[in-house]
Design a protein around this ligand. Structure first.
Ligand code: P5A
Length: 447
């Protein structure tokens, strides 16, 4: 993409309403625009990152055998009356009525709807196990929407639902989700720690939240510092292997790590003092096992092996897709702007032309652009007639991990400059080598 043809409404001023760095940078980098409290338009740069995050979520869910569907945002109140949650959900639910006066709502979550789909189409235990998921907008009329996309009223969630014959199978589905979530967050450059939490309005008392430690996080958390040494890495877990998934759960949850809702001072005191930590965290996901809570009230039964109908065991599993942009920025930025991890960056690299209009510089930039694009990479080429300083400031703010700087002086010596946004380190090298290096970083083969 050429910057001169793009829509990147960067702000010079720091918006007064933004209290935390991720919100400030998302507004300044022209990623989002607030339309009402907690409701945002996604501008091109923000949308690109959102899509990258969605792609990772889809890949990791499908790797585990979970099947994508798409349910609507608007649901009928009657469905929620069946589970008893229509009244219980309270003021966080946005209630609407259609022209016939029928009561509808903008879905805050989809347990009821997925249970309805299940009971309409699945009758036998032979069709289990089954896990369906979607990535869809939700609405929760939060008391205090704030921090931009972190606590929105309209927000994007990945929500998945498992249906199993037995509790044991449903707990395997729970473990499978834990494994997929660990890998998902790591691919986004995040360490998200599973912590024992509370079921809240979703229900069930077996649940873990995934928290990214950050001073600006809204949750207070208590944990054993040993837990931060764990990383999922490049493991190839067999998702059909119950014991293997259970082992991952045990490895990642055996140390003390709890949100304030489930924190227990007496148990925490057993952790050696030098390892006890109290901190703040951003909740980027939560998994639940709630057994037959919805299947019993809504009649989601299957015929068991003995021919008798049994209610299915269920759980639900959520990732805060739009919130993740904020969490990633909180975890990865400096005083000049965002530093995107390679896995979610909106463009793979920037190209800065120091002297627009100079024949050699323009030609070298065009050729770099072509070579990178041919390798399946997406560069953002700053081809504006701006000062070098302004171009660097924009690149730093929007946070592309790599920048190639091209100027007449370097070209005389046959080199361009390749700079890492994270370390600030630069090296001079011939343009073809810069392309090769970027291709290697992103795992694209250059011939
Ligand atoms: C699990 C999936 C559920 O709703 N039902 C379906 C279960 N869980 S949850 O914890 O309530 O939400 C899942 C994740 O969504 C994100 N989230 C939000 N993101 C932005 N703004 C909000 N107001 C908001 N509320 C929840 C969180 O990341 C949460 O873990």
């Amino acid at each position: 993409m050429r910057l001169s043809r793009y829509f990147l409404p960067v702000l010079k001023e720091t918006p007064a309403e933004a209290q935390i760095v991720s919100h400030r940078y998302m507004l300044r980098a022209g990623m989002i625009k607030q339309q009402s409290a907690g409701i945002y338009s996604w501008l091109p740069l923000g949308l690109k990152v959102l899509k990258k995050i969605e792609d990772i979520v889809h890949e990791e869910q499908q790797r585990a055998g979970h099947i994508p569907v798409l349910m609507p945002t608007v649901q009928s109140a009657d469905l929620w009356r069946e589970s008893g949650r229509y009244d219980a959900y309270g003021d966080e639910m946005l209630r609407i009525s259609d022209r016939q006066g029928r009561e509808m709502l903008y879905g805050p979550t989809n347990e009821e709807m997925i249970t309805d789909i299940f009971r309409s189409h699945v009758n036998s235990y032979k069709d289990l196990p089954l896990t369906l998921y979607h990535i869809q907008w939700k609405f929760r009329d939060e008391m205090r929407p704030r921090f931009g996309v972190m606590r929105g009223r309209e927000f994007l969630m990945k929500d998945g639902y498992n249906f199993d014959l037995t509790k044991e199978d449903a707990l395997h589905a729970y473990n499978r989700h834990l494994v997929t979530y660990l890998r998902t967050y790591e691919r986004m450059g995040l360490q998200a720690i599973p912590m024992r939490a509370d079921g809240g309005p979703i229900g069930g008392d077996y649940t873990h939240e995934f928290l990214v430690l950050a001073e600006t996080g809204e949750s207070e958390v208590f944990y054993d510092s040993d837990i931060t040494d764990l990383s999922f890495g490049d493991r190839d877990v067999d998702f059909d292997d119950h014991a293997a998934c259970q082992a991952v759960l045990e490895e990642f949850t055996s140390r003390y790590a709890r949100t304030d809702e489930t924190h227990d001072d007496a148990i925490f005191a057993e952790v050696p003092e030098e390892r006890r930590r109290t901190a703040r965290g951003i909740e980027v996901g939560q998994i639940f096992y709630f057994g037959t809570k919805y299947s019993e009230t809504m009649g989601a039964t299957v015929q068991g092996p003995d021919g008798k109908p049994v209610p299915v065991h269920m759980g639900s599993h959520g990732i805060g897709v739009s919130r993740l942009l904020g969490a990633i920025i909180e975890a990865s930025h400096d005083e000049n702007g965002i530093i995107w991890p390679e896995g979610v960056t909106p463009f793979h690299c920037g190209i800065v032309n120091l002297k627009q209009g100079d024949e050699a510089a323009d030609g070298a930039c065009d050729s770099l652009y072509k070579s990178l694009t041919a390798l399946g990479l997406e560069p953002l080429y700053d081809d504006r007639s701006e000062r070098a300083g302004a171009k660097f400031a924009t690149m730093d703010l929007i946070g592309l991990p790599w920048r190639i700087t091209v100027g007449p002086r370097g070209l005389k010596n046959g080199v361009v400059e390749l700079t890492s946004r994270r370390t600030g380190e630069s090296e001079e090298l011939p343009p073809e080598e810069a392309v090769l290096k970027i291709a290697q970083i992103y795992g694209k083969a250059a011939s």
